[in-house]
Ligand binder design. Structure first.
Ligand SMILES: [Zn+2]
Length: 124
């Protein structure tokens, strides 16, 4: 049980708002970075547009919560970004490159969620 004396650790996830991909991405980020919480920055089809709003939220997570790392995720059957899986994966890689250039000291991981729970790490 965490209390106010217990250090709380955070990671950051830039993800779609789709309810089907919240838990898997959060579980992945918690395990990957060994943190208590994941700050979820969500937009419909987030990887298609890493805009100022997304960056501002990531900045809050990085600065105020001392985030241990950033996950950026896209998924199959995205209503907010209805293009092919391959095009989405390329956008996800590019989103990771953008976030990495914003925060070069942070580990940024690009992941694909095929909706079967088996997340794929995308090299970029
Ligand atoms: Zn989506």
């Amino acid at each position: 049980m965490l209390n106010s004396d217990t250090p709380q650790t955070f990671a950051t996830a830039v993800n779609c708002m789709d309810g089907r991909v919240q838990t898997s991405v959060m579980v992945f980020a918690k395990a990957r970075f060994g943190v208590d919480y994941v700050d979820m920055v969500t937009e419909a089809g987030a990887v298609a547009n890493i805009n100022e709003g997304v960056r501002r939220h990531v900045e809050i997570s990085v600065q105020a919560h001392s985030s241990k790392g950033i996950v950026v995720a896209a998924h199959a059957d995205c209503a907010g970004n209805p293009i092919s899986d391959d095009e989405q994966k390329e956008q996800c890689r590019e989103a990771a490159r953008i976030l990495k250039s914003d925060w070069p000291e942070m580990e940024v991981i690009s992941i694909w969620e095929p909706l079967d729970g088996h997340l794929e790490i995308l090299e970029y």
